[in-house]
Design a protein around this ligand. Structure first.
Ligand SMILES: O=C(O)[C@@H](CO)OP(=O)(O)O
Length: 235
């Protein structure tokens, strides 16, 4: 039986989508460089377009790989929204002087088992630390939770940004957010629950890849870097 005295809660549902894979990085770290992405695998976008909520507000970062990814979702059958707000606070970590360095060589120089480019508190020379990014991403999420309270928010973002959002939803544990893989074009849903004296999160799904269930899943997307073309991409 429902309790009429129970205070009303407002649920704001975040649907994070990471951008499509980058191919033109030459194997180098790109961070906030405004590099293109590959939206060629239509079955990936068709699957994501089917699962996203229709009456949503759209956000992206100011970097074009998030805009290209949103456009590919709309081209794959999702009704194009009236607009999409570009939120610079949702940009990937600024990796300063590390941007342009060979990714494999750089990562090999870091401690074994690292889950990020650097310790969360270590700023890239001339750039940000992971915690700098976490702080700016969380501020924007808190602001948008108020501005869009009770709505579905689709936010096309970056791997690091979505890990920050997961860390926030885990109760403000940035390190734990880094334990999650966030693959290209995957969907991560985080529900903010607010009420009198209440502000908490639910995590219905992380790194969901709906195209894997498609019989055409041999065309599964690959990670950043030049595309590998085996007989089937899952081979
Ligand atoms: O550089 C990368 O590998 C990622 C970090 O997750 O950034 P982006 O999501 O922008 O590709």
């Amino acid at each position: 039986m429902s309790n009429p005295d129970q205070p009303k809660v407002i649920v704001t549902r975040w649907w994070w989508v990471r951008h499509a894979p980058v191919r033109s990085d030459g194997g180098n770290i790109y961070g906030q460089a405004d590099i293109e992405c590959d939206t060629g695998d239509t079955e990936v976008f068709e699957a994501v377009a089917k699962m996203l909520p229709r009456r949503a507000v759209w956000y992206s970062s100011h970097l074009k790989r998030t805009h290209q990814t949103a456009a590919a979702i709309w081209a794959a059958g999702f009704p194009k929204p009236d607009g999409m707000t570009q939120e610079p606070a949702f940009a990937e970590q600024h990796l300063g002087a590390w941007q342009g360095m060979n990714r494999a060589t750089f990562l090999a120089s870091r401690p074994a088992g690292s889950t990020w480019f650097a310790d969360v508190n270590e700023p890239a020379p001339g750039g940000e630390s992971y915690m700098d990014m976490y702080t700016r991403v969380c501020r924007a999420i808190v602001r948008i939770n108020t501005a869009e309270a009770g709505r579905d928010v689709i936010a096309v973002g970056h791997g690091g940004v979505i890990k920050c959002a997961v860390g926030l939803a885990l109760g403000g544990q940035p390190d734990r957010g880094l334990a999650f893989d966030i693959d290209n074009v995957s969907v991560t849903r985080l529900d903010h629950v607010a009420g009198p004296g209440l502000s908490t999160w639910r995590l219905p799904m992380v790194n969901q890849q709906p195209w894997i269930a498609d019989p055409r899943h041999a065309a599964m997307h690959q990670q950043a870097g030049p595309e590998v073309r085996p007989a089937t991409k899952l081979a």
